[in-house]
Structures are given as C-alpha cells and as structure tokens.
Write a protein that binds this ligand. Sequence first.
Ligand code: GDD
Ligand code: MN
Length: 380
Amino acid sequence: MRTDGQGSVGPEAVGRESCRPARVSIVVPCYNERDNVRPMVDALDHALAGRAWEVIFVDDSSPDGTIDVVRDLAAQDARVRGILRLGRRGLSSAVIEGILSSSAGIVAVMDGDMQHDERCLGQLLDAIETGGNDIAIGSRHVAGGDAGGLANRWRRMLSDAGIRVARRFMPVKVSDPMSGFFAIRRTLFTATAPHLSGTGFKILLDILMSAPVPLRVAEIPFVFRSRAAGESKLDSVVLIQFAAMMLDRLCRGYLPVRFISFCFVGLLGIGVNLGVLSVLLECGADFSLGQVVGTYVSMIVNFWLNNRLTYRDCRLKGAALVRGLCLFVLICSIGALANVGVAQMILSSGPRHWTSASVAGAAIAAVWNYAVSSTLIWKI
Ligand code: GDD
Ligand code: MN
C-alpha cells in the first residue's frame, strides 16, 4: 500500500497516483535480481514520495525469474513496468532500450541491486529540473561520495584505472564517468541515442563521449553501498568490452567495434594455429597434417571466443551453438580458399612482394568471415 504524497493511504490513493503521467522514468537494468526488485520499488516509493514517477525494469531473461517478481508488482502498481528481452545480454543496451521505451521528460538510470542510494535521486532530478543541467551524475569521487561498496581492492583498482583512461578522451571532465547512477534530460538522450555504441557496461561514458552538443553536467556525491543480495556480473570480458568501446569512440564509429573484436580474435587464432602446428611437428606429424589440424583447432577456438566476446550480447547456446560452429567452419574454410586465391592472383598479376599479396588475401578473408558470420550465425 502506498501514500500519494498528500498523506492519504489505500487502494484509491494508488489509483490516483498511478494515473498521473510520470514526470520521471527510472530505468533499472537487472539480471538475476529477483530478491532486489521488491526492496527497490519500496525504496523508490519512499525516496520519490510526492513526485510522479514510473520504474522500468529491463531484464535479459534472468534464470532466477526476476521478471516474475516485476510482473507481480506491475499487476498491483501501474508505476511498475518490465521489459523482457529474449536471447540478449548487455547492461548498456538494456538501459538504452529502457529509456527508449519510456516517455517522461527526465530519465534516471540506476542499478537494480540496491548499491545506488535512491535517497540521492531527488538531488539528481532537481539538478536537471531546476538546476538547468542536462545530466546529473551520482558520483563516488566528489567530496561526500564513496566507492566503499566496490567488492574488493582489485575492483577498486580496475575502476580507478578505467576512470583515468576514460578521462583522457572525454570532452567533458567528470569525476566518475563509470558511474551507472545518473539522470538525463530526455531531449539530450534522444539527440545522443543514434551515436551510442551500446556495448558493455559503461552507458554513461558512452553518452558523455557521444553527445553531439556541449553538456551541462552536475555531480552529486553518493555512497556506493555493498550488495545486499545476488552477485556482480562484471567480469573480465566486460573489461575487454570497455577497451573495445573506448576504441570504437576513438574510431568515431567508422570501424565497427565488433569487427575490431573479430579481427583481434582472428589474430589469436593465428597464434593457436602456429602453436598446434609446432607441437604436432615436434611429435613427428607431417606438415600438411599439422597445418590442417592447426587450422581446424584455431577455427573452433575462434568460434568459441567470438561467441563469448564479439557476439556476447547474442551468444548462442545448446543446439544453436553446434549448428553455429558447423556454419562457422564452413564459412572460414571458404574464407581460407578466398585468402589463398586472392593472394595467388595478386602475386601472378605482376612483380609484387609476397607479404602485400598475403595481407590482401587475409584482409579479404577477414571481411568475408565477419560479414557472413554476423549475418548467418549470430544474425545481427
Ligand atoms: N538487463 C541486464 N543485462 N542487466 C544487467 C546485465 C545484463 O547483461 N548485467 C548486469 N546487469 C544489471 C545488474 O543486475 C545490476 O542491476 C546492474 O546491471 C549492475 O550490475 P552489477 O553486476 O551489479 O555491477 P557492479 O556492481 O559490478 O558495477 C557497478 O559499478 C560500475 C562501476 O564500477 C555498476 O554500478 C555499474 O553501473 C558501474 O558502471
Ligand atoms: Mn552492483
């Protein structure tokens, strides 16, 4: 049961409150947060008493059934909504889709694990509504803020290093560009959305680096709390994605970040191929056998890495994984033939050095493998 800000309580009050159009939409990405959803809505109810708000939980089909709890709450309270995404993963893209699905003039983004202090929401919103800012950031690194809730020293070191790297490239200097707790004016988000990279964890950084206009930014201190339930989803792959996003911003979107990742995995594949070949040669196998085995082992490793890394947000599982691997081997085999064919063609067309012929062949194969795999296997 909720109060309507005037102090009246009861089902009618819920009805009246929920009929007011929301002036602020709170977008909450969540993955395996079933035990945090209810406390989150209760906390928002307290923190935003008197304001017209809605909350949108964006869930990537969490195995723990997070969306069921969201649905139960939504059935009782029209301010609560859920978006269920199928076959997708990714914090940034979840936030983007949540914001796009909402319509209030101001949007706030916060984690669904109670680590962000909802009591600071009012200040974030006021900084935009009455303070004339475009973005208000909940910062752990201004006076009064604290990153104490970061799981351990290692996480804190990584976070600090990330901030230092990010600050070098940001058009606007803020103390905590890695924060996932912020409010933004809708008009700014709408203008920025087409330029966003949308990969990885760092949606705020993405926005700061992609906004097409100069930004008025406010920073509000907050204390990063420890997790009450569930566990963090930040792993080493997310850090690689962070590096990829920075690279993508530096390439200004001309080179797709997936393609960079695909090529990076391809380079690792060459290492695997050579490794397997040399072991087999050591064991007395002949060169052609070693080369064939090395090639196929590297294709399997590349497929696995691409599925984990390059196409993390549309990762294949189960039968689709096996089908994908077969297709990948087929596509790469055609790519390898094209590679050799193009290199031969260039060599035979005139006096050229073998390295340029070989690089041209590899480039053609990389583009072919990437384009066809993206379309037929991971279907992006
Ligand atoms: N929909 C969706 N999909 N939500 C996700 C996904 C995903 O793939 N991965 C994580 N989330 C949700 C989590 O359920 C949580 O509500 C929120 O995003 C943050 O994830 P955590 O796994 O709790 O992140 P953290 O505590 O390690 O990271 C925090 O610190 C970073 C800076 O150090 C977060 O506040 C980040 O936003 C922040 O950038
Ligand atoms: Mn967290």
